[in-house]
Design a protein around this ligand. Structure first.
Ligand code: SF4
Length: 173
């Protein structure tokens, strides 16, 4: 059985999908507004790269206050772009873009593909939605719902990117 967003009565954003894949504890902090990212140097640098890259396309396209796409290129066959500072969080970012594609297909009737762009690394990756990925995403919605409904954050589990995470001090100091 596959699950849709309506089954979990929850507004799932792209960032929530990214955090769920990267770290469930980070998702919990984020959802409960324990949000230090505004002050995070990595986030600030990431924003600057975004502002200076691809300056001619339509930027920050928001759908239903739910997904916020870095920019969309093209008319009848649009392509969704996500810009990142580095490829260190490759898998979580892939799922964020999968979710954008899923959302556009199921909520807006737009079938498209995505591109993740790493301007500093001069690297791009094409992202396609498959049936298998759709099933995975739809199961994730239940997982996200379960994490955020908990009274306490999930236990900290060491990850390669903990040192760069804005919650590092909460978890490990
Ligand atoms: S420091 Fe590590 S365990 Fe803590 S929220 Fe960040 S990624 Fe998760």
């Amino acid at each position: 059985m596959t699950l849709g967003l309506s089954d979990v009565s929850l507004r799932v954003t792209g960032v929530m999908v990214q955090y769920f894949v990267a770290c469930e504890r980070e998702l919990w902090f984020f959802y409960h507004n324990i949000n230090l990212n505004e002050f995070d140097e990595n986030v600030r640098i990431g924003r600057l790269i975004h502002e200076k890259s691809h300056s001619r396309e339509k930027k920050n396209v928001v759908f239903d206050d739910t997904i916020s796409i870095d920019f969309i290129e093209g008319g009848s066959k649009p392509v969704v772009f996500e810009i990142k500072k580095s490829s260190k969080l490759e898998e979580p970012v892939r799922h964020q873009v999968y979710y954008y594609l899923w959302y556009l297909k199921h909520k807006k009737g737009i079938e498209t593909h995505g591109v993740i762009s790493y301007p500093k690394e001069r690297k791009q990756e094409r992202i396609e939605l498959t049936e298998e990925i759709e099933c995975r995403l739809e199961k994730m919605f239940r997982g996200i719902s379960a994490v955020i409904k908990c009274d306490k954050p999930p236990k900290a589990i060491k990850k390669p990117y903990c040192r760069r995470c804005s919650y590092f001090e909460f978890c490990w100091v």
